[in-house]
Design a protein around this ligand. Structure first.
Ligand code: CP
Length: 338
C-alpha cells in the first residue's frame, strides 16, 4: 500500500528521495491524460474540496484540473470573504463540514501553520496549497520535477546541481520548501541572492548547512547568474506590514535577455514559481525572455498538473489502476499537438 494513501500532504518534511522518486514515476504516467490523449474515470464519484482563502491562479486551477482529469468533481470556495471563516467559524469546524462533503481537500490560507491546523479537524486527506510564508509543498515537488526534466537535456542530475535562488527569500514559501527538498540530494551549490532584509530564514539555512551543501550568500545579482538553474521570485508584498516597505525591494533584481546573454551560461535554466510581477516598477522577469528556450516557467506550471494528479492518485490509493478506467477522447483536442 502506498505510504501516502489516506495521508495529508502538509510539508516537504514528509518526503525522502525514495518517496519523491515514486511520486515522479506516477506523475510521468499521468502525461497522456493531462495531454488529453486518453481519459480516465478512476476517481469518478469522488469530490475535491478546493478551498482557497488567498489569491491563486495556478495552484487552485491546476488542483481542480488534476482532479477533473482523473474523473472526479470539484467544489470550491475562493477568498476569505465568501467563507464562513469571515463570520468567526473556526478552521476545525470548517474542516469537519467540508471533509464530510469531500473525499480530499486542497487548501491555501494566509497564516503559517493554518493548513496543518485545519487538517486536525478533517476526516479526509488535506493537501497544502500554501500556508502563509511557511510552505508550498506541491509547488516544491513540481519545481523539483521540472529541474530533473530540464537537467536531463544536458545529461545532468540533481546531485551536484548549481542553483541560484533570488528575490524575496524571506517570505517566498516556494523557496523554503524547494530548499528543503533539494537538501535531500548530494553536493548542491546553493547561491542565495536577496536584499539582506529578505534573506532566507535561519531555520531553512540550517537544513541546507546540516546536509553539508555549499552555500554562497550575496546581494549581487549579475555575479551569480552563471548557474545550472536560476530561480527568480516575486517580492511577496502581501506578507509585508505595509506596501511602502515592499516597494523598497520591488524591481531590485531584474532579469532580461540582455542580462541573461551577458551573465548566464548558454544553457542556464530560468525558473519562477509565478506569478511574475510584470508591472513596470518590478518587471523581475522581462517578457523579452519569453522566446528563450531555457525559460522553463510555463513548463513548470504544466508540470503542476502532473504532480497534483499523482498526489491525488496516491492519497486516494488509485495510483496503480488509473489505466484500468481508461477510455478514448472522442473530441478534438489541441493538446494532442504538444
Ligand atoms: N505558484 C503559485 O502558487 O501560483 P498561484 O499563486 O497562482 O497559485
Amino acid at each position: 500500500m502506498s505510504q501516502f494513501k489516506g495521508q495529508h500532504i502538509l510539508s516537504v518534511n514528509q518526503f525522502d528521495r525514495q518517496s519523491i522518486e515514486h511520486i515522479f514515476t506516477i506523475a510521468d504516467k499521468m502525461a497522456p491524460y493531462a495531454k488529453r490523449q486518453k481519459r480516465t474515470s478512476v476517481l469518478e464519484g469522488a469530490i475535491l474540496g478546493n478551498l482557497f482563502f488567498e489569491p491563486s491562479t495556478r495552484t487552485r486551477v491546476s488542483f481542480g484540473c488534476a482532479f477533473n482529469l482523473l474523473g472526479g468533481e470539484v467544489r470550491e470556495t475562493t477568498g476569505m470573504g465568501s467563507s464562513a471563516l469571515s463570520k468567526g467559524e473556526s478552521l476545525f469546524d470548517t474542516a469537519r463540514i467540508i471533509s464530510s462533503y469531500s473525499d480530499v481537500i486542497a487548501m491555501r490560507h494566509p497564516e503559517a501553520g493554518s493548513v496543518a491546523n485545519f487538517a486536525k479537524g478533517s476526516r479526509v486527506p488535506v493537501l497544502n496549497g500554501g500556508d502563509g510564508a511557511n510552505e508550498h509543498p506541491t509547488q516544491a515537488l513540481l519545481d523539483l520535477f521540472t529541474i530533473e526534466k530540464e537537467l536531463l537535456h544536458s545529461g545532468n542530475k540533481i546531485d551536484g546541481l548549481d542553483i541560484t535562488l533570488m528575490g524575496d527569500l524571506k517570505y517566498g514559501r516556494t523557496v523554503h520548501s524547494l530548499s528543503k527538498l533539494l537538501s535531500l540530494y548530494n553536493n548542491i551549490h546553493f547561491t542565495l541572492v536577496s536584499p539582506k532584509a529578505l534573506a532566507l530564514p535561519d531555520s531553512i539555512l540550517s537544513v541546507i548547512d546540516n546536509a553539508g551543501h555549499k552555500l554562497t550568500i550575496s546581494d549581487d545579482l549579475q555575479g551569480n547568474l552563471n548557474a545550472d538553474i536560476v530561480y527568480q521570485t516575486r517580492v511577496q508584498e502581501e506578507r509585508f506590514d505595509n506596501k511602502e516597505e515592499a516597494n523598497q525591494y520591488r524591481g531590485r533584481f531584474r532579469l532580461n535577455q540582455k542580462i541573461y546573454t551577458e551573465h548566464c551560461k548558454s544553457n542556464t535554466v530560468i525558473m519562477h514559481p509565478l506569478p511574475r510581477d510584470s508591472r513596470a516598477e518590478a518587471n523581475e522577469l522581462d517578457n523579452d525572455m519569453n522566446a528563450n528556450p531555457n525559460l522553463a516557467i510555463f513548463r513548470q506550471a504544466d508540470n503542476g498538473v502532473l504532480v497534483r494528479m499523482a498526489l491525488f492518485a496516491l492519497t486516494l490509493g488509485v495510483e496503480n489502476i488509473v489505466d484500468k478506467y481508461e477510455s478514448q477522447v472522442p473530441w478534438y483536442s489541441t493538446k494532442h499537438q504538444d
